[in-house]
Design a protein around this ligand. Structure first.
Ligand SMILES: C[S@@+](CC[C@H](N)C(=O)[O-])C[C@H]1O[C@@H](n2cnc3c(N)ncnc32)[C@H](O)[C@@H]1O
Length: 349
């Protein structure tokens, strides 16, 4: 694939970096990114879409393997379980038929229906709208839901699209619950998807975001030091030089971190080291395809940064409805680290 804007050639590195347009938009000045805001917004979303639209099953399997083998625990499943439990509890609080929206559907959607079954909820009460840009992943999800006894069209519908496209596919003030499980960090600019989901929720509609958080991608120096200290590859000095040339702040010291953010960064580094090992095995065996890859520069951000944006859009983070579901909001899911949080946000108007 040709090099993308703000991307350097990482083809000889042990992992693919991707375009720096994918980092949180508030960190663009650190990465030397400038340009027309409309273009930056569209292009940064496109950089995520290229990665995920053709995402393979192997891609997701290797992500889960990398997390598990890193010794961190199955973070993907922790996030799915949290969403499933909270969404099922919300369903039980509400009466009659209701509508569930999931952005970036997958195993997490199946887990939600499984949890409701376990909780004795009548599944006919819940109609799911499952949005996901990877057609292959959506088809597999649909097969698993049908295996649970659900029927496409009657219990759920599938939409191959991104969250930023939802005004084209869903009505305003329609949903009772909207969920993102390990998906929301796929945006450099988070205000647009937050506003679209806000519009799609009914009054007292609940947004659940279960996601990864860290401060690694806020500054090129953190990435530069990580590559320098933790990886070896034949063209390392040349590639690091190209990195520093493209992103000059790579050679300036990044700001100090809180202990929670430092711990999250240490955890995300463990993930990427584990990913590089698994990827390297597939490359050596000649099994690795471009659609199996994931790109390291991402828009993970500390949870406070995410939640500032959530409140700016109009959601409330502290409501009686939220307090009955979880006393502490956002709630950290890994002791001593800020890496995983579940955040609940309510539309109160
Ligand atoms: C780590 S997977 C999580 C999948 C699922 N939520 C689960 O937990 O099983 C991330 C998913 O987000 C999807 N995704 C990426 N960008 C998206 C966007 N803008 N809107 C909706 N989904 C997106 C990807 O295609 C991918 O399936």
């Amino acid at each position: 694939m040709p090099l993308q804007p703000y991307e350097i050639d990482s083809s000889r590195m042990p992992l693919c970096l991707g375009s720096a347009l994918r980092v949180p938009s508030y960190a663009y000045s650190n990465w030397g990114i400038i340009g027309d805001e409309v273009w930056l917004r569209e292009e940064s979303d496109r950089q995520y879409e290229i990665e995920w639209k053709c995402g393979s099953q192997r891609q997701m399997q290797n992500v889960v393997r990398a997390i598990t083998e890193s010794g961190l625990g199955n973070y993907s499943q922790i996030l799915r379980d949290e969403n499933a439990e909270l969404a099922s509890r919300r369903v039980q609080e509400l009466k009659g038929k209701l509508d569930y929206l999931e952005l970036g559907a997958g195993i997490s959607s199946v887990n939600f229906y499984e949890q409701m079954k376990k909780d004795g909820v009548d599944l006919e009460r819940v109609y799911g709208t499952l949005i996901e840009p990877s057609e292959e992943r959506l088809t597999k999800t649909s097969e698993k839901l049908e295996a649970l006894g659900l029927t496409k069209g009657k219990n759920f519908r599938l939409v191959v699209a991104r969250d930023v496209d939802i005004p084209k596919y869903v009505c305003k003030r329609f949903f009772d619950i909207a969920s993102y499980v390990a998906v929301f960090h796929h945006h450099a600019f988070i205000d647009t998807p937050l506003a679209h989901v806000y519009d799609s929720l009914k009054k007292n509609g609940l947004l659940i975001i279960a996601d990864w958080h860290n401060a690694m991608w806020e500054h090129p120096n953190r990435v530069y030091e990580f590559l320098k200290e933790d990886f070896e590859w034949p063209t390392k000095s040349e590639d690091l030089e190209a990195f520093a040339k493209a992103y000059p702040k790579a050679l300036e010291k990044a700001p100090e971190l809180s202990s929670l953010d430092a711990s999250s960064n240490a955890n995300i580094k463990k993930f990427w080291k584990s990913w590089a090992k698994i990827r390297g095995e597939d490359v050596a065996a000649g099994n690795f395809k471009p659609e199996d890859d994931i790109w390291m520069l991402e828009a993970h951000r500390p949870v406070e940064r995410q939640n500032e944006a959530i409140q700016q859009v109009g959601y409330k983070l502290d409501t009686p409805g939220i307090r009955t579901l979880q006393e502490e909001n956002p709630r950290g899911l890994v002791e001593g680290s800020g890496i995983l949080y579940v955040t609940l946000a309510e539309k109160t108007e």
